[in-house]
Design a protein around this ligand. Structure first.
Ligand SMILES: O=P(O)(O)OC[C@H]1O[C@H](O)[C@H](O)[C@@H](O)[C@@H]1O
Length: 517
């Protein structure tokens, strides 16, 4: 840790108050030299990607999220229109909701929003809402899972506030994600039960022609906004997915886009020494030996950025967590991401970070302004902000003194512009890192496996339902009747017993348990 190294390893963009400090990652000039061929290729890959190359070869798709905040670089006039037209129409829609032009059929105005989505169709909007939605014109509620109790909890809150004045956004790029469909059907049932026309309270954000798009058409949804196949779910927050909910909250979406565009302009330059995203990618590569050997601990010292680690979990781990590289070699790549916020986490897991397993690097996010407005002294001469900064600086130093590395990103305050710039910083770092390790960052084959297995379970569950009788049966007997594995049959029976469909009698062991109608 030295003043000289600090000055050598910091990258600053003074025009928007950004800096990234890599002095505690112990990078050497030889690291950069060793990587220079890969770095050059990463820059070339990025130039091709932004020019419209098929950068997602496994799905034969372009990768266009960088065009969203600078349509002029999009490869065709048609794609430029696919960006600018929905942007104009979503702004107009939000304005019509805010000014009472678009109103609930039962009168009054829309006073809140329920967003139904999952993965990239929820995490981006949740990050933006938590970071910037404190004084939202229409506060945001979320259904982002198929947990009935969670659905009841949220719909119960909304019922007490008034379903009739709640605007529903159903977001699903594929339009077929079961959890989102389930949330929508449960919400529709609640509107139906209240005698309300669900479609006249609902907007869809989905791929044109998707199942959700067809459902929206059949049920007379108020509006539909498109999602394009060249925007991945985990990089969709600056598309209609993130911008519609943000605009409805009254968040300055042009500032979100400008911040991302400003960071893009800096990190589009193929100059390693001043490229913050490339510096991040190189740091990730070196600290993890190009194999993700160290976890990324995300520590924003700002409450409103608490969801940044959850957001980065999807962006980083769904992009980089891949079995094969682009040549078909088995590599099992990835970087594990976790975190919450500082200084809170100093009272949770930072003990292990300081003294335990050295299997991580920290990414501190410093927000230099503690609050807008004056502060009291919490003790003579010191404010809460003094403590927050002290804890950040102290923890960073304490970790380094015990051989634990860290990156410190600094922004002046949390604004739409600054949040947009952070999102862009990490999106491009992921792209660069994927090039450095030669993987496709833009598909997600692994999630299909889980979806398929869920389908197998549901098929067996329905077979088991069909074989239930008043006679008590063991799992083995049910397995025989349904030609299935006894343990699979057992878990179906236990599920049915715990959800009121069958009676379960416990034996000594699961194999002795019996089930009957
Ligand atoms: O937006 P949807 O099509 O409903 O997809 C929601 C999520 O589903 C899958 O888990 C994908 O791996 C994610 O990238 C995506 O964000």
């Amino acid at each position: 840790m030295s003043w000289k190294t600090y000055n050598q390893r910091i990258v600053r963009y003074p025009e928007f108050g950004f800096s990234i400090d890599l002095s505690l990652m112990d990078l050497s000039d030889s690291d950069y030299d060793m990587l220079s061929p890969k770095i050059d290729k990463a820059f070339a890959d990025m130039a091709a990607l932004e020019s419209g190359a098929i950068a997602n070869p496994d799905e034969q798709r372009m990768v266009g999220h960088y065009w969203l905040r600078n349509p002029s670089i999009a490869p065709t006039p048609e794609i430029q229109r696919e960006i600018t037209e929905p942007l104009e129409s979503l702004k107009a829609f939000a304005e019509q909701v805010h000014t009472g032009v678009v109103v609930p059929p039962g009168g009054g105005t829309f006073e809140r929003v329920l967003l139904i989505g999952i993965g990239g169709s929820a995490l981006g909007p949740q990050l933006v809402s938590e970071a910037l939605g404190q004084n939202a014109k229409l506060p945001l509620f979320f259904l982002d899972n198929t947990d009935p109790a969670g659905i009841d909890h949220t719909l119960g809150k909304l019922a007490s506030l008034g379903l009739a004045t709640t605007l529903v956004l159903v977001i699903s790029k594929s339009g077929g994600t079961p959890e989102t469909r389930n949330g929508m059907m449960e919400t529709k049932a609640a509107y139906d039960a209240a005698g309300l026309d669900f479609g006249k309270h609902t907007v869809a954000i989905t791929g044109t022609g998707s199942k959700l798009d067809q459902f929206a058409d059949a049920h007379g949804f108020i509006a539909r906004f498109p999602m394009e196949d060249w925007v991945g779910g985990r990089t969709s927050v600056l598309s209609t997915v993130g911008l519609v909910p943000a605009a409805l909250q009254g968040i300055q979406i042009d500032e979100l886009l400008s911040g991302a565009a400003a960071m893009d302009a800096e990190t589009r330059r193929a100059d390693v020494s001043t490229n913050a995203s490339m510096q991040l990618a190189i740091a990730w590569y070196c600290v993890g030996n190009g194999k993700g050997e160290k976890d990324m601990v995300v520590l924003p010292y700002k409450d409103s950025l608490v969801l940044f680690s959850k957001y980065l979990q999807q962006l980083v781990m769904e992009s980089l967590g891949k079995e094969k590289d682009l040549d078909g070699n088995t590599v099992h790549q990835g970087i594990a991401v976790y975190g919450n916020k500082g200084s809170t986490d100093q009272h949770a897991y930072i003990q292990q970070l300081r003294d335990g397993l050295n299997n991580f690097f920290a990414t501190f996010i410093e927000v230099r302004q503690g609050r807008s407005g004056p502060s009291i002294e919490v003790e003579p001469g010191n404010t809460s902000a003094d403590f927050l900064q002290g804890f950040l600086r102290g923890t960073r130093k304490a970790l380094y003194e015990s051989g634990r590395k860290s990156i410190t990103i600094s922004i002046p305050e949390v604004t739409p512009f600054q949040l947009g710039s952070l999102i862009a910083l990490f999106e491009r770092a992921v792209s660069f890192y994927a090039s450095l390790v030669h993987i496709n960052a833009y598909h997600q084959p692994g999630v299909e496996a889980g979806k398929k297995a869920a389908g197998v379970f549901l098929n067996l569950l329905n077979q088991v339902r069909g074989h239930l009788t008043a006679d008590a049966k063991t799992a083995a007997e049910m397995a025989y009747e349904t030609d299935s594995d006894p343990e699979d049959a057992y878990h179906c029976l236990v599920h049915l017993a715990n959800n009121g469909e069958v009676q379960m009698a416990l034996g000594d062991k699961p194999e002795d348990d019996t089930f009957q109608l």
